[in-house]
Every structure is written in C-alpha cells, then in structure tokens.
Ligand binder design. Structure first.
Ligand code: ATP
Ligand code: I3P
Length: 613
C-alpha cells in the first residue's frame, strides 16, 4: 500500500495525554503525496521541501500533523498546528542511508503495549511503529553527510511520549537502515517488479521538476531486502537439454531481468536535444528540459530508436544527440555539439535520457545498491557515477553517468564478463519452478536450428539456464570468461552478431575491427584494463559480490582517448556470511565463483598480444 493522500484512515485522537480515554474524536489522517511537495513554512524557509507526513483532519481540532522535510542538507521533522508548519527537529541524514519512518498513529487502544511490542526503547533512534505500517523514505546521496540522525523532540519513546503528541498524531520517528544490507530479493520476487509494484521504490527523485531528490512516502511492511540461500543441490542443467514437462512462460524471474521485453539486445539510440545554454550562464544552463527532446517515446526505450542491427550485421544510423558544451576560456561560450547515445546490448526499453550527462536505467534494487556501494569503493573510477532514483512517467529509474558524454563520435564495445551469465539462484528457481521459454527456443534456432534437443523441439521451448549455457558455450564466455555483446563503430554502424565469436582469433579480429587497427587505442585500453584489474583485486565490493551478467563498456574516439567501465549490476549479488570470492576459481555450483577476473586476465592477454603484434 502506498500512502498517497487518497485514503483516509480513522484514528483515535490521543491528544492531551489522554490516550486511553474512550470516545475520543476520530478523524481522517492525511498523508502528503508526491504532488503535494509544497514549499512549506515562512518565506525564509522557502527551500524546505515536504517529503512526506501525516495530517490529522480531526474535525474541530484544526489542521495538525507531522511531516518530514528537507531543507538544504538536513532533514527536519515538522509539526503542523493550525495553518502553519514549524520546524521541530533537524536531522542529519547519513549519505546513502534509508530512512525508516514509523508513523505512530492509527486506531490504537493500547499504546503502551504497542510501544513495548515494537522496538520503542531508548537507544539509537527506535523504530517507532504504531498500528500503521512502516513507511520507507529513501534519501538521495546528496542529502547530507552527517553520521548521526537525530530524532523528533521525543527522544524517549515511551507510551506517554508517543501518544500524547500534539493533536494525537502519535509521532513521526525516524531510524536509519544501514546500506550494507543484503541486496538479493527473496526467492520468487522479481526485484524490479517487487519494488515498483509490490512495495514501491524506496525513493524516487522527480527528474522533471527538481534538480534534487523529492522522495515519495511509501508504506512497506518489510524494509530489509531478502537474500536467497545458495543451493546445495548439484547442478541439473547441462547442454544436453531439459526434459521437463513445465508450462510455457515468457519469463523466468531473475534479479533485474526484464523478461517482459524479450531479452533481446536491441541497439538503440536516443535522439535528443538539450536546452541551449546562453553565454555566461551558470550551472543551471546545463540542465536539460524534457521538452527539449526531439521527439519522444517512439520506442520502448523511451528514447528514439533510430539505429538497430540484427544478427546479420551492421546497420548505419542517422542518429545524433545534441549536447551543450561550455568552454570556460577565455569566455564562457556555449554551443551545441552532436554526439550519440547508443544502447548496444541489454533489454530493450531499459534506458531513457536523463539530465545533462546522465542516463536513466530502469530501476533495479540490486543495481542501485551496487552502484551506491561502488561509488564509495576503490572501483569508483571504473563505474558510472550514481545519482539516485528518479521517477519519470510513473516509472522508477536509476540515474547514472552517461559514459559517452565526454567522447566525440565514440566507438563502443560491450563485453559481458564472467564464465556464466546466470546466477546460482536462477538455477535453484528454475529447478523449483521450471518455466519453458518459447522466445529463447526461437532465438536458439535462429542461430542454430540443430541446437535444440528432440524434446525441446517437441516442446518448442527451452529453459532459461539451458539457453544461457548454450549461449555461453557457443561464444567465448565458457572458454575465455568474457564475450563480446556488441560493437558500435565511429561511423555509426552497429554489430551485435557475436553469438558465435568463440575462438581467440575471432575475438582478436573483432577487437582489431573495433579499434580500426589503431595500436595507440589498443595500448590505452590495455593500460586501463590493467588498472582496473589492480583495483578489482583490492576492492572490498568485488570480494563480497557474485558478479554475473555485468559488462565492461569500452569507449574510445578519434582523439585516442580510450576508457573502460564496469556496467550492469542487475545480477550482482552480495555473498552471505562474509563469504568472499577470488573470481578466478572454476565455478562449481555452490561456490558462486563467477570467473570475472579470469575473464579479465584473458582479455588483458589478448590485448597485450595485439599490442605486441
Ligand atoms: N552508464 C552508461 N553510459 C553509457 N552507456 C551505457 C551506460 N550503461 C549502459 N549503457 C549502454 O546500454 C547497454 C546496455 O546496458 P546494460 O548492460 O546495463 O543493460 P541491461 O538491459 O541491464 O543489460 P542485460 O540485458 O545484459 O542485463 C550497454 O551495452 C551500453 O551500450
Ligand atoms: O542475449 P540474448 O541471447 O538475447 O539472451 C538474453 C541475455 O542472456 C540476457 O543477459 C538475459 O537477461 P538477464 O541477464 O537479465 O537474465 C536475457 O534473459 P531474459 O530474456 O530472461 O531477460 C536473455 O534473453
């Protein structure tokens, strides 16, 4: 259930300390919705933004309520009495932490017992839960850097304190959930779906109207993500196929998999225009307006898909993106520059254009938590900057750095890393609840009509792990621990026909073509890959995560600037019980090794050979 200001809720007026008194007025509790992100308070508080709260509309009681608001870098709880909101407490919100808010209001006959039953006690910010559900607000990283969070004016969460506040709104208490919680949703949950439809995103930034976060209030019963336990079962899937009598399905759930879109990589390009900035304008001139986009959602990605390529080769494009450029010397001069945004691989419909230099990728909790962590990890220079979650047209997106923005007519390559492309938990799920995939069968026979077993031909479908394993062995994933997913050359042509690029010579040929024989670019890539390896070997994040389906994005341009970043953390999951991986050991189901570093070693070897040749 989401608090959206629509539904009123009967509640007992606990005012004047007389909580248990029968016959108290009942009224409607109102919760501020996203649309009610008013600027509150007096003029000198005009930067305060309401994040969420409750209002007691008890008849005769006047308007009373409590809310959480943001002002500058601090969060505040606000008391609302009569027509005015006043600031009550200031909270320093730790970066990247989620706030859990307990609304102590509702039909409460025994506040004391509720208070005791829940974790209302002295100590660091009790989670104060009344008869209403918890509310989760998440806060964007830019919210502030304080380490401790204060509480409302009632630091001791006694029953008396709780239920005698103001007009009877039981209190609005905050607690911090550390970010180091496990990120894997409980088995059976599709994280993206569960987040968006079951309990809503933990926080949404409204990209259209604000340059900073305006979280929504979301009611949730369960604020801590669940983890799937690795299977102790031995592998049952192999290349010989699956002979299970199972229903056909368009989807096998997996973290952040977007099966609904079919799963086919669809190169697409955003065609967009950024608002022009004028001469000596300030930072605001960098902000783009959605209205400035050329065209709108003509294809599922939300941008314009003007380039596509298929299994059979390249296609050229007529795309372009306009970007504001500001030169700071000797004068600030702005002009528009054309550069492309291309989605080389991945699920169609996953991306939208974001603010200046940023892109939006469909929200995925795994990815969000990884990006948050990675942005604080030693791997920071090798991942896109992360800018929180934004909402656009009713959907949640992770906002991240557009890695193409610093390049001129970039050449791009996506390499999927690791020896396997499915999580161990996907195997477990597929065993427990096998679902046949007709779409995957069709993709399979399009590449190799002889690949399916007789059984699979009869069924006209395959299981996802079977398809994934077939893709791995057909390409260089199984033999080298990486595979090329797609290449976009400087001339705009795209190629995603690498499903059968398996052998070293084939890989080298593709790389040679990608850099157009330019040894300097190869050398620059090699340097960057080696730097990445050093950081990966040091990284705490990397040690503690099973990294599956993640890619390295290679980008260079004619200036010979050549960079590599890690992208796609939709299937990167934290290991339980302080387990760590070395990312080079062979995978045996249960050990969760992913072969990422082994793949990187091989990639580095290939680049080294090519540089020397
Ligand atoms: N931060 C970024 N900057 C620029 N381009 C990006 C960025 N992230 C992704 N892309 C582009 O989008 C493509 C797909 O990205 P990504 O792998 O994250 O998507 P996905 O839909 O999760 O993929 P998959 O289906 O493999 O899980 C990349 O190949 C790249 O072309
Ligand atoms: O590249 P192909 O041959 O099109 O195959 C897809 C690819 O393996 C994706 O990585 C995978 O998504 P995940 O990595 O998110 O599982 C997708 O599964 P899906 O269709 O279930 O989304 C596959 O269909």
């Amino acid at each position: 259930m989401r608090l959206d200001g629509q539904g009123g809720r009967l509640r007992r007026d606990m005012s004047k300390g007389d909580a248990a008194k029968p016959g108290l007025t009942t009224g409607k509790e109102r919760v501020w919705s996203e649309e009610e992100k008013n600027i509150l308070g007096s003029p000198n508080e005009s930067f305060r933004k309401l994040l969420g709260g409750t209002e007691d509309n008890t008849e005769g009681a006047g308007r009373r309520g409590k809310a959480i608001a943001r002002k500058g870098d601090t969060l505040e709880t606000l008391d609302h009495v009569g027509d005015n909101w006043r600031s009550e407490d200031r909270l320093s919100q730790p970066m990247n932490h989620h706030l859990t808010v307990g609304l102590c209001a509702g039909e409460q006959t025994s506040p004391r017992s509720t208070c005791e039953a829940e974790r209302c006690r002295d100590g660091p910010e009790p989670l104060c839960v009344g008869s209403l559900s918890n509310v989760t607000i998440s806060v964007a990283p830019q919210y502030g850097t304080g380490q401790k969070m204060g509480l409302s004016s009632r630091p001791r969460c006694s029953a008396q304190d709780l239920w005698t506040i103001d007009s009877g709104i039981g209190g609005l208490k905050l607690t911090v959930t550390p970010p180091e919680t496990d990120v894997v949703p409980k088995s059976g949950d599709h994280p993206r779906e569960s987040l968006l439809s079951r309990r809503g995103p933990p926080f949404l930034l409204n990209s259209d109207t604000h340059s900073y976060a305006i979280p929504r209030l979301i009611v949730t019963q369960d604020v801590s993500p669940k983890r799937c336990v690795p299977s102790s079962l031995s592998p049952q899937f192999n290349d010989t196929g699956f002979c299970l009598d199972v229903p056909l399905s368009g989807e096998v759930e997996s973290p952040c998999s977007d099966s609904g879109c079919g799963g086919s990589p669809v190169p697409s390009l955003f065609l967009r225009k950024l608002s022009s900035s004028s001469g000596l304008s300030s930072a605001s001139s960098f902000e783009e307006s959605e209205d400035d986009f050329i065209g709108s959602d003509l294809e599922p990605a939300g941008g314009l898909m003007v380039c596509s390529s298929d299994e059979h080769g390249a296609s050229s494009t007529s795309w372009r993106k306009l970007k504001n450029m500001v030169h700071w010397s000797p004068f600030v001069v702005s002009f528009k520059k054309h550069y492309p945004w291309v989605q080389l691989a991945g699920h169609a419909g996953n991306f939208k254009a974001g603010e200046y230099g940023k892109i939006l990728k469909k929200f995925c909790q795994c990815e969000q938590q990884c990006l948050e962590w990675l942005n604080r990890d030693s791997l920071r220079p090798f991942v896109p900057g992360y800018y929180g979650v934004v909402e656009k047209e009713g959907e949640a997106y992770n906002q991240m750095e557009d890695l193409l923005s610093e390049f001129d007519s970039p050449s791009i390559m996506d390499c999927k890393m690791g020896v396997r492309t499915y999580l161990e938990e996907e195997l477990v799920k597929a065993r427990e609840k096998p679902k046949l995939r007709k779409d995957m069968y069709e993709k399979m026979i399009a590449v190799d009509p002889d690949a399916p077993t007789e059984e699979e031909n009869r069924q006209g479908a395959v299981l996802k792990p079977r398809y994934m394993q077939w893709r791995e062995t057909l390409s260089s994933t199984a033999t080298f621990g990486f595979r090329i997913e797609g290449i976009k050359r400087a001339d705009g042509t795209c190629d995603t026909n690498f499903k059968k690029t398996k052998h070293r010579e084939q890989v080298m040929g593709a790389l040679e073509d990608f850099v157009d024989g330019n040894k300097n670019i190869l050398r620059n890539y090699l340097t960057r890959l080696k730097e990445l390896r050093i950081e990966l070997e040091k990284s705490e994040f990397f040690k503690q995560h099973e990294v599956v389906g993640s890619s390295l994005l290679f980008v260079h341009d004619s200036s010979e600037l050549a960079k590599v970043w890690m992208i796609d953390f939709g299937k990167t999951v934290r290991l339980p019980n302080k387990q760590t991986l070395n990312h080079r050991a062979p995978w045996v189901e249960g050990n969760r090794e992913d072969g990422y570093l082994w793949g990187l070693d091989n990639l580095i070897n290939i680049f080294s050979d090519m540089v020397q040749d």
